[in-house]
Design a binder for this molecule. Sequence first.
Ligand code: ATP
Ligand code: MG
Length: 230
Amino acid sequence: DLWEAKGHVRFDDVEFGYAADRVILPDFSLDIPAGQTIALVGTTGAGKSTLAKLVSRFYDPTAGAVTLDGVDLRDLHPKDLRRAIVMVTQEAYLFSGTVADNIALGKPDATLEEIRAAARAVGADTFIDSLPDGYDTDVNKRGGRVSAGQRQLISFARAFLADPAVLILDEATASLDIPSERLIQDALQTLLADRTAIIIAHRLSTVAIADRVLVMEHGRIIEDDAPAAL
Ligand code: ATP
Ligand code: MG
């Protein structure tokens, strides 16, 4: 049976370090209700990506627990975990293959109609239709080359199709032209609806659409507030 996660994420007294002699998160607790959008900001090295990696179980805490709907991530079936929690990082936007393959990555049995619907939902369909072979365009071939903003849109379509309860997004730092910036912002809002989202935010416009902004410093949260209050 498929387990359907609601998306309630909790850090309970989590301790973590990459090496035993250097703790990155000394004692971290955080409660993210299902459906909430969190923007995570803070100086470089604060521990934002580390936090994201603990939620997606790249690493496990050395003490305490990260839970999803009250279940320790370590007790979840890997299949359920992969389905419930999806991380979109800026390094891994595209793989070699067609645009369609790239969108269907998290749902290999998706039909072309579902792939198109996901692309439409995040506003990626216009540029895909303008590619030499549309959805069959090889992203690594000449003519199939896509811009940073377009790569991000494809990865949004992929996440939309996968439809996880929890989305983790490490926002790209690359600057975009104004039209793609706007496109990405609209796409993001569609993508965030009806799921829990943790976004390592680099854009002010992203911080503005979050329900809650966490400012991190040295592995701790030093501010936790609505965007308007900051
Ligand atoms: P940035 O804004 O630069 O992305 P960040 O807030 O995401 O920073 P992290 O990547 O979580 O910060 O890093 C937190 C600390 O952990 C830093 O001191 C970093 O050097 C260290 N660190 C990160 N990844 C590793 C790793 N794989 N091995 C060892 N130390 C690491
Ligand atoms: Mg980081």
